[in-house]
Design a protein around this ligand. Structure first.
Ligand code: NAD
Length: 274
């Protein structure tokens, strides 16, 4: 598994398993076990996914050393202050049954993010989090955060797929030395991207699936990627993307599929963030 070195020197496996909408039951345990067996070491959860507990149990029962694992969770929007941030973090850590978190993200640019970031910086300096970052931050949010931040976020986890390529934000993140992490990398099943004929043709040429071509496109753009599946075959397929390369022509053809078509909530939508 390829690793990416973040701006603070921490290494993150470039591909991980996302567990959004995975119920905290046997499905989650089976998915994590299938992922571990397939070679995944990076897991992406959040307070709001209501499955940190099960992620923690599955990882605690796994025959994998803690230092090999990379676990991310996220601070939910109901938290608005410095103190609440510290308490929410402690609660996540406890549910995950860990004594440190590899990465902790502000989930959305909701009220009080400069103060929440200050608390995360302190947790980072205390060694309780190895790397801190943000999610769903756009240029204006990053600009405001950086007026008070002492630590530059390591990643910005943002919706990204071939129909919503985030071209401008991708370039800005590159300039700021913040890694682009793609959520909804396969389009979340909300569009026909997985049956797109351009992608299908590229997939056939490489003897891969369209999902694998999309994941490979993210990797070749330098993104960190966290596809979700609860099916063993797909979990295996989604990590089997390190043995082929898209050509420059493939990359150009996929760039041409961009429609700036968001599938989920808009971070500029004040009503959503309220
Ligand atoms: P995704 O783009 O990973 O799509 C997942 C869906 O794609 C699956 O439910 C399945 O229907 C399909 N799929 C997966 N593998 C496939 C394959 N090989 N072939 C065919 N179909 C396949 O969507 P997601 O789960 O929303 O995003 C991935 C992860 O990103 C989440 O699980 C979560 O960890 C994270 N996320 C973060 C945010 C945020 O606000 N930060 C928001 C959404 C998701």
């Amino acid at each position: 598994m390829e690793k990416i070195t973040l701006n603070n020197g921490v290494k993150i496996p470039q591909l991980g398993l996302g567990v959004f909408k995975v119920a905290d039951d046997q499905t989650l345990t089976d998915s994590i076990n299938a992922a571990l067996a397939a070679g995944y070491r990076h897991f992406d959860t959040a307070k709001i996914y209501h499955n940190e507990d099960g992620v923690g149990t599955a990882l605690a029962n796994a025959d994998v050393k803690r230092e090999e694992l990379f676990v991310t969770s996220k601070l939910w929007d109901n938290v608005t202050t410095y103190d609440e941030t510290k308490r929410a973090f402690e609660a996540s850590l406890k549910r995950l049954k860990l004594d440190y978190l590899d990465m902790y993200l502000i989930h959305w640019p909701s009220a009080g993010y400069n103060e929440k970031w200050r608390a995360m910086e302190d947790l980072y300096h205390d060694g309780l989090i190895k790397a801190i970052g943000v999610s769903n931050f756009e240029a204006n949010h990053l600009e405001k955060l950086l007026t008070t931040a002492k630590v530059v976020p390591v990643v910005d986890q943002i919706e990204t797929h071939p129909y919503f390529q985030q071209t401008a934000l991708h370039a800005l993140l590159h300039d700021l030395d913040i890694r682009h992490e793609a959520w909804g990398p396969l389009g979340q099943g909300k569009s026909d991207v997985l049956t797109n004929p351009v992608l299908a043709e590229i997939a056939a040429a490489h003897h891969k699936s369209t999902a694998q071509v999309i994941l490979r496109w993210h990797l070749q753009r330098g993104e960190i990627v966290i596809p979700k599946s609860i099916h063993q075959k797909r979990i295996e397929q989604n990590i089997d993307v390190f043995d082929f390369k898209l050509t420059a022509a493939d990359m150009l053809a996929i760039a041409g599929l961009n429609k700036d078509q968001r599938g989920s909530s808009d971070p500029q939508d004040e009503a959503w963030l309220a």
